[in-house]
Design a protein around this ligand. Structure first.
Ligand code: ATP
Length: 144
């Protein structure tokens, strides 16, 4: 019985990019930035596939929170296993805050310049990735 109760509370999470496995471990709860809104996932969640937008992936593990920044990707949820496939993902402590601030600055300059040669969609996407990284690192409010 006790084993069953533990099994019910746990699931596995894998966060992978084409470059690396960023996270592969047990998780008690996951909150992911779905394109249709925030997705809260507990063990035994119904199977689900969703696209992700740039944002913060929060994982509760052994009572503590692990935060990661993810750029665009997909999440595949099964009752005992969730896989996140992302273009890029970084654990909060691996985020280079200066780099993300510089990326945010560049994107903001491009968006305000609004010249014909500026790819606005690309600049907006870069801004959202930078904002997600700063948020995951706990630095979203810092001045640019
Ligand atoms: P930049 O303009 O600074 O390169 P970007 O948003 O264009 O930012 P991506 O194309 O999303 O960067 O990512 C390229 C690689 O660099 C990925 O492996 C990603 O994990 C890593 N990366 C990007 N920005 C950071 C950062 N601030 N800290 C740590 N790793 C980062």
């Amino acid at each position: 019985m006790a084993e069953k109760a533990v099994a019910k509370r746990m699931m596995r999470l894998e966060v992978v990019t084409t470059r690396e496995v960023v996270f592969a471990s047990d998780a008690e709860m996951i909150v992911a930035p779905g394109t249709e809104g925030s997705l809260g996932i507990l063990p035994l969640h119904a199977p689900l596939v969703s696209a992700l937008e740039p944002g913060v992936l929060r994982v509760r593990q052994h009572g503590a929170e692990v935060r990661m920044a993810v750029s665009s990707g997909f999440i595949v949820v099964k009752p005992h296993k969730t896989v996140v496939l992302a273009d890029a993902a970084e654990r909060a402590e691996e985020i280079d805050v200066e780099r993300a601030m510089a990326a945010r600055e560049r994107a903001l300059k491009r968006l305000t310049a609004r010249g014909e040669s500026i790819d606005m969609v690309r600049a907006e996407a870069a801004l959202r990735r930078a904002a997600a990284r700063l948020k995951a690192a706990g630095r979203e409010g810092d001045p640019h």
